[in-house]
Design a protein around this ligand. Structure first.
Ligand code: A2P
Length: 269
């Protein structure tokens, strides 16, 4: 019998609901994305979130809600996260490496799903910061392009580097062998910054109120007959966009009661 020291040791999960990290990418000193193995039985709708985390010092799981950033057809799961130096979870999560394990509770839920919207022609995704995560999933979902003639992704961040994850994703879609053709010219990307010079500056709320967004994209103003929206950002952003959408005649929907727009708070801290 020969014993091969180099033979890979089959990983034995040590955590409940353990999944293995397959890759990690740091975008800025405050943002990173990572991919993990996907439980074979996990089905989810693009836009939904799950609870993920690490084992806490007290021996109990430390979990937070994270939108799944990958599309439902992907073999792995992707997440996009902030790093908070004194954040209970992200102060540790930011140090994960390929091969490490995280905890993932396989119970996806959420309101940023196609089922919560009535049929329409134009779909807006309004994101700030890490709020782009659910839309990173939805813009890779064929259903998005089957259901709508036009898809508009707005992303507002303080600085240019914070847009990079979304920018690269949108760029890669055009050549994507799986959905590139479906996306075609339907997806319009509208990135803006508020605290660093870039081609388009300002809060999306102000750009909507002034009509600048519609002028830049060459589209008519918000119309409840044709337009649908999903919103994901800070509490302040969500409330301010809601006000704008309601003023335009759009109503908030839910899984059980589809209407013209839906909102969810992005993961914070
Ligand atoms: P601003 O720089 O003017 O605050 P944060 O990092 O604080 O979550 O913000 C992410 C982006 O969202 C920033 O560009 C920020 O703009 C913008 N933002 C924050 N709150 C609102 C709001 N209530 N309405 C519109 N944009 C907002």
């Amino acid at each position: 019998v020969t014993v091969n020291d180099a033979a890979p040791v089959k990983a034995v999960p040590t955590l409940p609901d353990a999944q293995t990290v397959t890759s990690v990418k740091h975008w800025t000193d405050r943002l990173f994305s990572f991919r993990v193995s996907r439980p074979q039985s996990l089905r989810f709708r693009s836009g939904e979130f799950v609870m993920i985390g690490l084992m806490g010092e007290n021996g109990r799981p430390l979990l937070r809600a994270y939108s799944i950033a990958s599309p439902s057809w992907d073999e792995e799961l992707e997440f996009y996260s902030i790093k908070v130096q004194d954040g209970p979870l992200t102060s540790r999560l930011q140090h994960i490496q390929p091969g490490d394990e995280i905890i993932l509770r396989p119970k996806p839920v959420g309101t940023l799903v196609h089922d919560a919207l009535l049929p329409g022609k134009r779909l807006y995704f309004f994101a700030t910061g890490t709020g782009i995560a659910p839309f990173a999933s939805l813009i890779r979902d064929p259903e998005t392009y089957e259901n709508y003639d036009e898809v508009i992704l707005t992303h507002t961040c303080r600085e240019v580097a914070e847009l990079e994850y979304g920018r690269q994703l949108v760029e890669s879609l055009r050549d994507d062998p799986l959905i590139g053709e479906l996306v075609g010219d339907k997806l319009k990307y509208y990135p803006t910054t508020t605290r660093e010079e870039s081609p388009k500056m300002g809060r999306i709320t102000e750009l909507l109120k002034s009509g600048q967004v519609f002028e830049d994209l060459g589209i008519p103003p918000l119309n409840p007959e044709t337009d649908r929206a999903m919103v994901c950002g800070s509490l302040g952003l969500n409330n301010d966009i809601k006000e704008i959408l309601e003023a335009a005649g759009l109503r908030e929907g839910a899984n059980s009661d589809p209407k013209e727009y839906v909102v969810e708070k992005a993961f914070v801290g």
